[in-house]
Design a protein around this ligand. Structure first.
Ligand SMILES: Nc1nc2c(ncn2[C@@H]2O[C@H](COP(=O)(O)OP(=O)(O)OP(=O)(O)O)[C@@H](O)[C@H]2O)c(=O)[nH]1
Ligand SMILES: [Mg+2]
Length: 556
């Protein structure tokens, strides 16, 4: 027995418990006897009453609500995913003559019930109509359910066995179609625009690019605008239901949220759904994990992932056991035996691993300091290339040094700093280093973990900041990079701004940048455009004069 039992007399609770003794034939969605009993008791209590019936016709659960709503608190309303039926139908009373409500249908979908049925009941306890809704397998329809026309409640013609076998067949076929979809993760993106944030469009586009880089398939993007983030779920409750419905309908296994979820939000959402719940930082971490090649890089990514995941580790599937716990529903409730222990073990292991990784990285950092020390002593100036991810840093490094560092149309293609020599006339030589790309809201875990990598920039005599001039979002990207340079204490470093990908610009735009942008316009694909940039680098390093072309802050 679940629901709001407050205010019920012991005799009334007893009477409700008698409902557990009823059985219905598997072929009828509900028997006339059960309809009558539900109607009478519902009218007496002036509350909605609901029962969950399994496929053999046994009553598994009795719920009580108030006059307008049924509470399914322990069942949890949010369960997307998997695409299989729960094997239970919900039959309940409506005291105000209403047909199925949006909440009823949402429960149907998210709990993956066989069907949901509402029986209208008048004040005298007489049953009126029976309204039935069931899921549909068609992923293209507006809603994942269908409502059948109302029937007299005690004389339903519906053959329930036939309905279920038809639905199982349809869903089975739909699942097989889904299964043939490439081996990619199928995800929904959710972006929440908070307050007056103006960069939503760019963020969503960037999120899409991150997904493409990570190799996941985006099925749909859902947006919500809110004055502030919902503390519990980031989005509102209604929106969360919508997200889960959509996930269920499209067969998504994973939802990715932007902005990031707090540990509490991540836990609350994961707790309530069978979907994989990620946020933008986890997605970026996943890309980093895929792209890391050096020992250092791999350890750094693992450390960042563990640190991010630790407060988010949760115990899965408690809700599920509540729903299937049977009469009394006690087994799942508060039943934290082995689950909790296992969670604690996982947490402890993760913490131990974090310490170990920190130690290893510290050792490696020592080696690196030594190497850098030697290098600075050799008196070769160092140029570090920095900039937003995908700006063309590696391509420029390659073109400048005729090297073959990996450049790719991917975000975070470069994770490990790569250094090359570049020769100027008069035997002048520099070491030029490519660095990991920046991104707005660089997750703190990453800044911390990649501090060592970013330290390369500290030793540099000159920073070359590469901008993808053809990106409509370039001003925001410049600001993000400057913000991160500031956080790293590098704002004061000499810096040359490079407007890259000029080949993609309209001529007037390129001319405007060249004369007003305070930097150098190049195409990394065309070495003929490098002249002025090379000259400026040489001057900045060997002529440390006042006219050295250090970047000004540019907000075009
Ligand atoms: N059209 C054009 N494409 C360019 C230019 N420079 C780079 N690209 C392309 O932009 C994409 C990204 O280049 P990368 O050099 O990998 O960029 P990056 O800044 O090193 O990126 P991360 O290492 O991922 O941060 C690649 O597909 C390049 O071919 C350019 O001047 N013009
Ligand atoms: Mg790169």
């Amino acid at each position: 027995m679940t629901g709001n039992l407050a205010g019920l007399k012991a005799s009334e609770v007893k009477a409700l418990e008698r409902l557990y003794r009823r059985r219905v034939a598997p072929s009828e969605i509900v028997s006339p006897e059960l309809v009558n009993q539900l109607a009478v008791q519902s009218a007496e209590l002036h509350r909605q009453i609901g029962v969950l019936i399994d496929r053999r016709g046994a009553i598994e659960h009795v719920f009580v609500g108030d006059a307008s709503k049924l509470f399914l608190p322990d069942v949890g309303r949010m369960r997307g995913g998997k695409g299989r039926f729960r094997g239970l139908r919900l039959v309940h009373t409506h005291l105000r003559g209403e047909a199925l409500t949006r909440d009823d249908l949402t429960d149907l979908a998210l709990l993956r019930l066989d069907a949901v049925a509402a029986i209208t009941v008048d004040a005298a306890g007489r049953p009126g109509k029976l309204y039935v809704g069931h899921l549909v397998a068609d992923g293209t329809s507006e809603r994942p359910w269908k409502e059948l026309p109302g029937e007299p409640a005690t004389a339903s013609q519906l053959d329930f066995t036939e309905l279920i076998s038809r639905l199982e067949g349809e869903f089975g076929r739909a699942r097989r179609v889904l299964a043939t979809d490439e081996g990619k993760d199928r995800v929904l993106l959710v972006h929440v625009q908070i307050g007056r944030a103006k960069d939503s469009e760019a963020r969503v586009a960037e999120l899409g690019e991150l997904c493409r880089t990570a190799g996941v398939k985006v099925l749909d993007v859902l947006l919500q605008r809110r004055p502030e983030a919902d503390p519990k779920f980031l989005v509102g409750r209604g929106k969360l239901d919508e997200i889960l419905l959509r996930a269920m309908q499209l067969g998504a296994e994973c939802v990715i949220f932007d902005p990031d979820l707090s540990p509490g939000q991540a836990r609350a959402i994961s707790d309530a759904t069978e979907l994989k719940v990620l946020d933008r930082t986890m997605l970026i971490l996943d890309i980093f994990a895929q792209h890391a090649t050096s020992r250092d890089g791999k350890l750094q990514v693992e450390l960042a992932q563990l640190r991010y995941a630790l407060p988010r580790l949760i115990e899965k599937n408690t809700m599920m056991s509540r729903l299937t716990a049977g009469p009394g529903g006690k087994a799942g409730l508060g039943g934290r035996g082995p689950g909790e222990t296992k969670l604690e073990i996982n947490r402890r292991r993760a913490r131990e691993r974090v310490h170990l990784l920190e130690k290893k990285l510290e050792d490696l950092a020592g080696d690196r300091r030594l190497r850098r020390h030697r290098r600075t002593h050799r008196d070769v100036p160092i140029i570090a290339i920095c900039g937003y991810t995908n700006a063309g840093k590696s391509t420029l490094l390659n073109a400048l040094t005729e090297g073959d560092a990996l450049a790719a149309d991917k975000l975070f293609a470069t994770l490990d700093p790569i250094s090359r020599r570049l020769r100027f006339p008069q035997e002048r030589e520099v070491v030029i280093t490519d660095t990991v790309g920046f991104i707005r809201d660089l997750p703190e875990e990453l800044t911390r973990a990649f501090r060592a990598t970013l330290e390369e920039m500290e030793d540099a005599d000159l920073l070359v900041q590469v901008v993808d001039a053809s990106d409509p979002d370039r001003d925001q990207q410049i600001r993000a990079v400057e913000g991160i340079l500031g956080d790293l204490g590098l704002s004061e470093k000499r810096r040359i701004l490079v407007w890259n990908k000029a080949d993609r610009l309209e001529a007037p735009d390129a001319d405007h940048l060249a004369s007003h942008g305070g930097g150098f316009v190049v195409s990394a694909l065309d070495r003929a455009t490098f002249g002025p940039l090379l000259l400026a680098m040489e001057r900045a390093l060997w002529q440390q004069g006042k006219d050295a072309p250090v970047a000004r802050t540019v907000h075009a």
